[in-house]
Design a protein around this ligand. Structure first.
Ligand code: FES
Length: 257
């Protein structure tokens, strides 16, 4: 009779231990500082936000204030999340929001430094959360289409070419997370504004207000104190939607139409 090899237990999820060095600041007026916390033997399949959830459970159990960070959809759609991971907006993985970043990206024993967006346009609320209402104000200035269209038109009444539609959609994917501003040495909102202008400016419905929209949004950008674009392309590198910085050149031409 031949002996059977022992059945090995199913391999569990990879586990790792991390140090999280997190910027803690009680309020905009308070002094902030980095605090280091340990996470021991956590699943590598946790997202970074789930790891922060786990840390917060530990902090609450110990009677400490949990870490404040923004989130909503946790699938890269809403743009609510966002902070610096080891100095990079949304962390080291390209085309990824911080809610889509998983611990398996990091080696066992790593130290992750988490800090909020550092831009004057984004005042700190607490810890990793910043106020991004300024992006809403840029949209209110003109990032919309107010043409009265009446009832829904017949689908073939206004033809939009496939390439045109695809290009407009590419720019419409901007989720307004603010990574472009936070990673720019000038804290410029150029990629955000260019994406919004290009989204509407490429479609027939956006034509009547096209010039006014470009002037209003760029005027608001200047009034809000954003810096200018010096073509360093950090914005493009960190954009989770991979929106091209070429749209900034397009925006400059747009304002001269
Ligand atoms: S929580 Fe919605 S994009 Fe990250």
């Amino acid at each position: 009779m031949t002996s059977q090899p022992p059945v090995s237990p199913a391999a569990g999820p990879r586990r790792l231990s991390l140090s999280l060095r997190i910027w803690r600041q009680d309020s905009p007026e308070a002094a902030g500082a980095f605090h280091t916390y340990r996470l021991e033997r956590v699943s590598a399949d946790l997202s970074l936000l789930e790891a922060l959830d786990q840390l917060n459970e530990q902090l609450i159990a110990a009677g400490e204030r949990p870490v404040h960070f923004e989130h909503d959809c946790r699938e890269g759609i809403c743009g609510s999340c966002g902070f610096l991971v080891n100095g990079q907006a949304h962390g080291p993985q390209t085309a990824t929001t911080v809610c889509q970043l998983y611990l398996r990206q990091f080696r066992d024993g790593a130290t992750l430094t988490l800090e909020p967006w550092r831009a004057r346009a984004f005042p700190l609320i607490q810890d990793l959360a910043v106020e991004r209402a300024v992006l809403d104000r840029l949209l209110i200035a003109g990032g919309y289409c107010s043409v009265s269209t009446g009832q829904a038109p017949e689908a073939n009444a206004i033809l939009v070419g496939q390439e045109q539609a695809r290009s407009a959609f590419d720019t419409a994917t901007c989720i307004g997370c603010g990574a472009c501003v936070a990673s720019c040495r000038n804290a410029s909102a150029s990629l955000f504004v260019a994406a919004k202008l290009a989204h509407l400016g490429q479609l027939p419905q956006g034509q009547p207000e096209r010039t006014r929209r470009a002037q209003a949004m760029q005027g608001q950008m200047a009034a809000e104190g954003f810096g200018g674009c010096s073509s360093n392309l950090e914005c493009e590198a960190v954009c989770p939607q991979e929106i091209s910085a070429d749209w900034i050149s397009w925006m400059r031409r747009e304002s001269r139409r």
